[in-house]
Design a protein around this ligand. Structure first.
Ligand code: A2P
Ligand code: 11C
Length: 340
C-alpha cells in the first residue's frame, strides 16, 4: 500500500528532518504534501527527486491525506489537527498540544507501541528530552523497577527551532568579532526578555510554571508517567540550554527498586533496541552530541554506581533531538501504524 502524507511545518527544523527521513527510510508514499504558513507558499522542496510546492496549511489541505505529521507548533496543531482527522487522516503530532489528553496515546514505539491501538485519530509524539530518557529507563523499569529518578538536561538550541540555531551562530560570531550581541529568541521566543546563548548556559527551557519548575521540566515528569503508565513515578528534572546546535544530553540519576549488578545493567542496555552503549571512560569513550548528530539511536555511557546509595545508578544519555527526539520517532509511529 502507498499513502498520502502531509508534513505540517515542512520548512521547520523538525519538518525538514521528517521529509529527509521519510525519503531515507523509503516510507511507502503515494503523494507527499508539504504544508507551512502562507509565508512559505511558492517555495518548493525536493522529494524523491521531484520538486514539490509548499502549500498553506488550511483545513482544506488535508483532503485525501492518510497520515498528517504535525510539527508547526502547538497553536497550529490545536487549530488544524482535528480538521485533518475530520478529513480522514491519522494525525501524529509533535507538539505539546495533545500529549496529556487522556484520549490521545503518547508513544515511543520501543517503549509502548501497544498504546497506538487506542488512538481516536490523533497520536502524540513526546517531547525530545522525554523520548531519549524513557528509551534509556524502560529496560531498567522492567528489570528492576524505578524507585526515583532525578534528571538534569543539557539541551541543544535546535529544540527551539531553526531561528534559535541561527541566533547561536550569529551571537558566537558577534562575540568573536567583538561586536554587539543581540538576543531575541532564547530562552523562550514569546517572552519579553532574552539572554545571550553564545558562551553561556541558560537554566530555562520553555515557560515557568506555578511550582517553580519550567514547562519543559514538567513535560519530562508528566509525559514519562503517562508513557510508563506509572502515575506515581517519582521524578524531578532540571532542564538547561547549552550552546550546542544539535543533540540533547542528560545526566540521569536513578534509584532502582531492587539490587543490581553493574555489568548486568550494561548488558541489558547494550541489548536494548535503539540503544548504543558507549562506556569506556578509561579510553575517553562516552556519548557526545557532536557524535550523535544525524544518528537515530540513543547513546548511553558513564554508567556507574552511586557512591552513597547501593541501588543508585548514574547514566549519561545523548540523542539527536531532531531525530529520535522528534522526526524519526514520528516516522517510527507511522511505520508501526501501517505495519499493524
Ligand atoms: P513557515 O516557514 O511558513 O513559517 P521551527 O520549529 O524551525 O521554528 O519551524 C516552524 C514551522 O512551523 C515552519 O515550518 C513554519 O512555517 C511552520 N508554521 C509556523 N506558523 C504556522 C502557521 N500558522 N501555519 C502553518 N505552519 C506554520
Ligand atoms: C526544546 N524540548 O528542546 C524542546 C523542544 O514540547 O515539543 C520541543 C518542545 C515540545 O526546546
Amino acid at each position: 500500500d502507498l499513502y498520502t502524507v502531509a508534513v505540517v511545518g515542512a520548512t521547520g527544523a523538525v519538518g525538514q528532518q521528517i521529509l529527509k527521513h521519510l525519503e531515507e527510510r523509503k516510507f511507502p508514499i503515494k503523494e507527499i504534501r508539504p504544508l507551512a504558513s502562507a509565508r512559505s507558499v511558492g517555495q518548493t522542496i525536493t522529494f524523491g527527486g521531484k520538486e514539490v510546492e509548499i502549500q498553506e496549511a488550511t483545513p482544506h489541505a488535508f483532503k485525501g491525506v492518510d497520515l498528517a505529521l504535525f510539527s508547526a507548533g502547538g497553536s497550529v496543531s490545536l487549530s488544524l489537527a482535528k480538521e485533518a482527522v475530520a478529513h480522514g487522516a491519522i494525525v501524529i503530532d509533535n507538539t505539546n498540544a495533545f500529549r496529556m489528553d487522556p484520549e490521545v496515546p503518547l508513544v515511543v514505539p520501543e517503549v509502548n507501541r501497544e498504546a497506538i491501538q487506542e488512538h481516536k485519530g490523533i497520536i502524540a509524539n513526546p517531547n525530545c528530552s522525554t523520548i531519549q530518557m524513557v528509551v534509556a529507563l524502560k529496560p531498567l523499569l522492567d528489570q528492576y523497577g524505578l524507585e526515583r529518578v532525578i534528571v538534569s538536561t543539557y539541551q541543544a538550541v535546535s529544540g527551539a527551532g531553526w531561528q534559535a540555531s541561527d541566533e547561536l551562530l550569529s551571537q558566537s560570531n558577534a562575540v568573536l568579532q567583538d561586536e554587539q550581541v543581540e538576543a531575541k529568541i532564547l530562552p523562550v521566543g514569546r517572552l519579553p526578555q532574552h539572554h545571550q546563548m553564545a558562551f553561556n548556559v541558560i537554566p530555562q527551557v520553555d515557560v515557568a510554571q506555578d511550582n517553580g519548575y519550567t514547562l519543559e521540566e514538567m513535560k519530562m515528569v508528566n509525559e514519562t508517567r503517562k508513557i510508563f503508565s506509572e502515575n506515581e513515578l517519582a521524578l524531578s528534572a532540571t532542564c538547561v540550554r547549552v550552546p550546542v546546535l544539535r543533540g540533547h544530553s542528560e545526566s540521569i540519576y536513578v534509584e532502582l527498586k531492587s539490587e543490581y549488578d553493574l555489568e548486568e545493567v550494561r548488558q541489558l542496555l547494550s541489548s536494548t533496541s535503539g540503544v548504543v552503549v558507549q562506556d569506556q571512560i578509561e579510553k575517553q569513550i562516552y556519548p557526545m552530541p557532536l557524535d550523535a548528530t544525524d544518528q537515530i539511536e540513543v547513546y548511553i555511557g558513564r554508567i556507574r554506581r552511586d557512591l552513597s546509595h547501593p541501588r543508585g545508578l548514574h547514566l549519561w544519555v545523548v540523542s539527536d533531538n531532531l531525530l529520535k527526539g522528534a522526526a524519526v520517532n514520528t516516522i517510527q509511529i507511522a511505520e508501526a501504524i501501517i505495519a499493524d
